[in-house]
Design a protein around this ligand. Structure first.
Ligand code: SF4
Length: 403
């Protein structure tokens, strides 16, 4: 399966839906998402606003002069911890989705969950409603590391949870791991990788810990402080090293890498996330949710507010970007190159003007010479070294494209 083989008209005529559920039982110290701990009354009122937003999707698309496919083949509940919703709340959201869209019988429907935070009743309801994929925020199978960042689960509980979900018949159970957590060592990282590949998981996502001002841990590390176990955070080089180990080790143990952060055999790759990388239309509902819809000529991106007080308060989405041809070209490059299969040069030439493609080809030649990219079968792909500094590669690649 290649990007091109997926780039069929069905990719443009079906929609992916993202539902943001920004609530968690506790805030992890490294988290920079718009999520937090809220009362059950807040969650209930949020679900009401979410359903209203889903009901007004067609009107929103029309006001943006964008096409809204009714056919949906992927739905992704992200967060936050969507598994904390009550069964009745999940039902309400699904009812709104089924009322406004035609969800394919073989749609990929994913629910993010935290280990130990998916009640029996929620799991049963989710499966009844069509959820066939659960992504667990494990982060590490080493108790000291998860405890340091404020996660309450242990390795034992994670394994028990994974077995429970598999026994309940969830077709695809996957997990996220983070490289660079406090106290992580080469040996402890290897332990997490070994456990992750030995318990029947179908999909793994590997993220490098982000040190930035949007998380409590990131701020503390930047300030050189000791709170949140900041003094236990490995040096930058270590997380890159851990990431490289994962890129080399996972494919040899049943998890081929198919994107910068994602590893799975073809049948278990995230169909929903592929839509983002292939620039297919998707609609995000809820706090801080982002969307991209196609227009007759081009596309439009828009996003909801990331503050509860502003979300659902009426009016248009907070951020609205009309995508120019140049931006479409840039997106095609940096989203397509995230995937291991990369991007097709001939297709770039066919779809975009020479003034964009020619300088990019010049830059690509240099990046190939520097060992950051390769060209194979008319496709550009990042090397492992290129993946480690992907943002720099994208910047260099697009440097010569006139603004
Ligand atoms: S569970 Fe996920 S979304 Fe919630 S605080 Fe932790 S990392 Fe952030």
């Amino acid at each position: 399966m290649t990007a091109d083989s997926l780039r069929t008209s069905s990719l443009d005529s079906t929609l992916g839906i993202y539902v943001s559920v920004p609530f968690c039982r506790a805030k992890c110290s490294f988290c920079n998402f718009a999520s937090g701990v809220s009362s059950s009354a807040t969650i209930e009122s949020y679900v009401t606003r979410l359903c209203a937003e889903i009901d007004s999707a067609a009107a929103t698309a029309e006001s943006l002069n964008a096409k809204l496919p009714r056919a949906v083949d992927t739905v992704y509940f992200g967060g936050g911890t969507p598994s904390l919703l009550e069964p009745a709340q999940l039902r309400r959201i699904f009812r709104a989705l089924y009322k406004n869209f035609e969800i394919a019988s073989d749609a990929e429907i994913t629910l993010e969950a935290a280990p130990g935070q998916i009640a029996d009743a929620v799991l049963a309801e989710a499966q009844l409603l069509g959820v066939n994929r659960i992504s667990l925020g494990v982060q590490s199978f080493v108790d000291r590391e998860t405890a340091a960042v404020g996660r309450s689960h242990t390795e034992r509980e994670c394994i028990r949870e994974i077995v429970r979900l598999q026994s309940a018949g969830v077709a695809d159970v996957g997990a996220d791991l983070i490289a660079g957590l406090p106290y992580q060592t080469t040996a402890s990282w290897q332990h997490s990788l070994e456990v992750a590949t030995s318990i029947g998981l179908k999909h793994l996502s590997i993220y490098m810990l982000e040190i930035d001002e949007d998380s409590r841990l990131g701020r503390e590390v930047m300030a050189g402080g000791l709170r949140f176990h900041a003094n236990g955070v490995a040096a930058d080089d270590s997380s890159a090293e851990f990431y490289e180990t994962a890129c080399e080790w996972l494919p040899r143990h049943g998890f081929p890498q198919y994107e910068i952060s994602n590893f799975a055999a073809i049948p278990h790759q995230s169909r929903h996330n592929r839509k983002y990388w292939l620039r297919a239309p998707y609609f995000g509902f809820g706090l801080d949710a982002h969307s991209m819809l196609l227009r007759e000529n081009g596309a439009v991106r828009f996003a909801n507010p990331d503050e509860h007080s502003q979300y659902g308060a009426g009016g248009s989405p907070l951020v609205l970007i009309d995508i120019s041809e140049r931006e479409a070209f840039e997106e095609t490059i940096f989203l397509g190159l995230r995937m291991n299969e990369g991007i097709c040069r001939s297709q770039l030439r066919r779809n975009f003007p020479g003034e964009f493609v020619v300088p990019t080809e010049d830059a690509a030649r240099e990046l190939i010479r520097d060992g950051l990219m390769i060209e194979r079968d008319d496709r550009w792909q990042l090397t492992l070294r290129g993946r480690l500094i992907s943002n720099d590669v994208f910047t260099n690649l697009l440097l010569g494209v006139a603004v």
